[in-house]
Design a protein around this ligand. Structure first.
Ligand SMILES: Cc1cc2nc3c(=O)[nH]c(=O)nc-3n(C[C@H](O)[C@H](O)[C@H](O)COP(=O)(O)OP(=O)(O)OC[C@H]3O[C@@H](n4cnc5c(N)ncnc54)[C@H](O)[C@@H]3O)c2cc1C
Length: 246
């Protein structure tokens, strides 16, 4: 995957947690102030580094959830129960604490707000995070490009940004289709993404949409394959994989 920014050439910056909020029972948004932040594009991510007193350090990547906004960044972290880094970020880090990060990283998986193509966003789980940055940038820029979001979650309680998505879909040209893989609201079936859902909820190939897919590796590969089978040009499908093969 192409990368415009090379991590080795980026310096580590010391940010400060200025606030945080729960998005679900297991996901938390961190609001960071990052002096010296050079700005970002919707879709990019940062590397976060934790360093223990004995010098041991661990790094992980986190997508930027917020639209470009000066030196302020929001990250949304899904807690992995036996994880090394995500439990610290979601349960231990407190307002005022420092957090080392570098970025922005990624020049391929980005949405330029001036784009005229209809937008198709497909998210699995926390893969919604960089797509939310695109939706927020779309709003900030008052873009009139129509957006369709297909968002697969285990259950309604696992959906990140649910109320904001609902509000934005009333106020802007955003249509959201939720898929529930394990538990759904009454009367709604559960199921995984498939060709029928793509046909009903995605733009048709003739609309020439810009397409972004993000989530666990298996979800991303399945969805990209369904879109290609539906007639979309593989060259316009941009993907970002978050976790281990599912
Ligand atoms: C470009 C990029 C952007 C990312 N953006 C985000 C983001 O915005 N929000 C976010 O929450 N995560 C994001 N991730 C995932 C993140 O980098 C970490 O992998 C995740 O937080 C787990 O780290 P950990 O140290 O807690 O777990 P680890 O100690 O690395 O792993 C613990 C266990 O959990 C499994 N595991 C690791 N990652 C995942 C996962 N994503 N899903 C399910 N199981 C997993 C491992 O196989 C292992 O068994 C992103 C990853 C990439 C590559």
């Amino acid at each position: 995957m192409a990368r415009a920014a090379v991590p080795g050439r980026l310096s580590w910056l010391v940010s400060t947690l200025s606030g945080s909020r729960d998005e679900t029972a297991s996901a938390r948004t961190l609001v960071l102030d990052v002096p010296g932040w050079p700005g970002h594009q919707a879709g990019q991510h940062v590397d976060v580094k934790l360093t223990a007193e004995d010098g041991y350090s661990a790094q992980r990547s986190y997508s930027i959830a917020s639209a470009p906004d000066g030196t302020r960044l929001e990250l949304t972290v899904q807690r992995i129960a036996d994880g090394e880094v995500s439990p610290y970020l979601t349960e231990v880090l407190e307002p005022g604490d420092p957090l080392e990060l570098r970025g922005p990283i990624g020049g391929w998986f980005v949405w330029p707000p001036g784009s005229a193509a209809p937008l198709l966003l497909v998210a699995g789980g926390s893969g919604i995070v960089p797509l939310m940055s695109m939706i927020r940038a779309h709003a900030v820029n008052k873009s009139q490009v129509p957006v369709r979001l297909i968002y697969s979650v285990r259950s309604p309680a696992d959906a990140l940004y649910a109320s904001e998505l609902s509000e934005r879909s009333r106020e802007s040209p955003l249509e959201v289709t939720f898929l529930y893989t394990r538990a759904a609201p009454a009367g709604v079936p559960t199921g995984r993404i498939n060709a029928e859902i793509i046909k009903a909820a995605a733009w048709p190939p003739a609309a020439n949409p810009a397409i972004f897919i993000c989530g666990p590796t298996g979800f991303v590969e399945t969805t990209a394959g369904l879109l290609v089978a539906a007639g979309h040009d593989p060259a316009v499908i941009k993907t970002e994989r978050f976790g281990p093969t599912s």
